[in-house]
Design a protein around this ligand. Structure first.
Ligand SMILES: CC(C)(COP(=O)(O)OP(=O)(O)OC[C@H]1O[C@@H](n2cnc3c(N)ncnc32)[C@H](O)[C@@H]1OP(=O)(O)O)[C@@H](O)C(=O)NCCC(=O)NCCS
Length: 128
């Protein structure tokens, strides 16, 4: 099946419920986006991202990402594919550094995507 993505402006209630995303203190005026990943007609993943407008240029964040249970660790690397797409998308908006605040159980996944753990702050990747 062909993998495609769709991007809509705004936060995702689904991601907020799943990861109890906190409102950040003043990170500037952020552009929130909800991104869905499709296999054919079926949504197989969802993520919420944010990138800074003019105030703190170059900073982005992935607030949460989920691949449908039946497709997790499927050997098809859907999660990695999704992260690569998001990184490329955020980069096209001037983002150089992406932050994530993963649950402990997902840290291994992010490490494999090249994210480094910074104590008390989360994990970050500087895009090349
Ligand atoms: C985390 C998640 C997005 C990864 O998607 P996925 O499609 O399962 O991941 P992939 O198949 O692309 O995995 C890529 C690599 O990371 C590894 N990996 C996947 N999930 C992992 C985890 N939780 N811990 C450690 N390693 C993990 C895979 O084994 C694979 O390793 P390999 O390259 O050596 O084979 C998905 O499992 C998920 O939705 N989990 C529940 C929600 C969640 O925890 N989201 C992240 C918090 S923001």
């Amino acid at each position: 099946m062909k993998i495609t993505f769709s991007i809509s402006k705004g936060k995702s209630d689904y991601i907020a419920r799943l990861f109890s995303v906190q409102e950040l203190p003043d990170w500037g005026s952020y552009n929130y986006e909800t991104i869905e990943m499709y296999s054919g007609e079926d949504v197989i993943g969802i993520a919420e991202t944010m990138h800074s407008g003019e105030r703190i240029r170059g900073t982005g964040k992935i607030n949460g990402i989920e691949i449908n249970k039946q497709f997790q660790r499927s050997g098809k690397n859907y999660g990695s594919m999704f992260v690569k797409y998001i990184e490329k998308h955020l980069k096209s908006h001037g983002v150089r550094t992406i932050w994530v605040e993963p649950t402990v159980s997902a840290q291994g996944f992010w490490k494999k995507q090249g994210y480094k753990y910074i104590e008390d702050e989360g994990m970050k990747k500087v895009l090349s």
